[in-house]
Ligand binder design. Structure first.
Ligand SMILES: [Zn+2]
Ligand SMILES: [Zn+2]
Length: 156
């Protein structure tokens, strides 16, 4: 018997046709797809995916130990994506969501709006715990090659 494993992001789509594609290396076509894939990665303790989909200039400073602990000590109950707003430049997007999980202290739900950045062909999650800073006329630390003031500065 083969069971169809529904995706941990609670999209009601099979994992292999939903976040599994991105975990296997496909490029996320949108910020909200990446949001879902990151949630599923938390559910599956795929910490490497969490790291590799964070903005490259932030990766070295991420607190991977607390990310791994949060992933492992929680039961991931589902994700609601409420809204995605793509900026006119097509390189910045926000995703508003509610994440549901349970840990030793009980059930939690957390509503947040996350920023996603696409310096070139790939979307990345912007981690607000590791702020991007640069001089306004310096090249943007997201790696786009544009000046900071013309790229990420207005979104931070
Ligand atoms: Zn999914
Ligand atoms: Zn930028």
């Amino acid at each position: 018997m083969t069971a169809i494993l529904s995706c941990p992001c609670t999209s009601n789509v099979a994992y292999q046709e939903c976040c599994g594609r991105y975990h296997n290396g496909a490029l996320a076509a949108s910020a909200h797809s990446l949001m879902r894939a990151r949630y599923s990665a938390y559910a599956q303790h795929n910490i490497e995916f969490i790291k590799s989909t964070s903005l490259p200039s932030q990766q070295a400073q991420l607190d991977m130990r607390s990310i791994a602990e949060w992933s492992q000590n929680s039961q991931w109950l589902g994700l609601n994506v409420i809204a995605e707003r793509v900026a006119q430049d097509q390189r910045h997007a926000t995703v508003e969501f509610i994440a549901h999980w349970q840990d030793a202290e009980g059930r939690h739900q957390h509503q947040e709006t996350s920023l996603f950045i696409k310096p070139a062909e790939r979307w990345y999650f912007y981690d607000p715990n590791v702020p991007l800073r640069a001089e306004r006329n310096a090249s943007c630390p997201c790696g786009s090659g544009l000046k900071f003031k013309k790229c990420c500065a207005p979104y931070l």
